[in-house]
Write a protein that binds this ligand. Structure first.
Ligand SMILES: [Zn+2]
Length: 181
């Protein structure tokens, strides 16, 4: 590979048992980290869950998933959640709290760290699939379509199990963004 800072060639070196790449010209070390992502369990007043069907260019095309995506540099993870819901399904539904945090290591080599949130939706906007999502729908938890991610299967199951106990435990979002220091 070539250095993202200066374009010179990089060399492999080992640091604490991890193989990394270092620029032979400027010394810049290319750390490889998981991608920060969000996913949202959006639940309506009927207890149904909002899912999107994945398009041809996605991994696991044709399968369904919770609204999800990468956090952009200029937004908080909470803003990313509201944006992805809007882009992928057309509705406005800000998240209410965190219900899980997952390390996803996929078959294609992508490693993401996903903050999973819940959003309680009370509106009746029509669903409009967008981005890499080709269909969107509300589903009863006992009649789910084939899901792309086992992390989604887990969190929907947990939500269902905890309904009888008064609802899923969530960490609220106060203090979720810090600016300056
Ligand atoms: Zn360099």
């Amino acid at each position: 590979m070539f250095c993202v800072k200066c374009g010179a060639e990089c060399e492999d070196f080992e640091e604490g048992g991890i193989l990394r790449q270092r620029c032979m010209h400027c010394g810049y070390i290319h750390y490889k980290n998981p991608y920060p992502c969000i996913a949202v369990l959006v639940v309506n007043d009927f207890g149904q869950i909002l899912l999107g069907k994945r398009g041809e260019k996605s991994i696991y095309p044709g399968k369904w998933c919770l609204p999800c995506g990468y956090i952009e540099y200029d937004e908080t993870y909470v803003e990313a959640a509201a944006r992805e819901i809007k882009e992928e399904t057309g509705i406005t539904s800000p998240p209410d709290g965190i219900i899980n945090v997952v390390s996803n290591q996929f078959d294609n080599g992508v490693h993401s760290l996903v903050v999973v949130m819940i959003s309680h939706y009370h509106g009746d906007e029509p669903l409009k699939p967008g981005n890499d999502i080709i269909d969107a729908g509300w589903f009863d938890v006992d009649r789910l379509p084939p899901l792309a991610f086992s992390a989604d299967v887990f969190i929907i199951g947990k939500y269902e199990r905890m309904l009888e106990k008064g609802g899923i435990t969530m960490l609220t979002l106060e203090g979720n963004s810090v600016y300056g220091h």
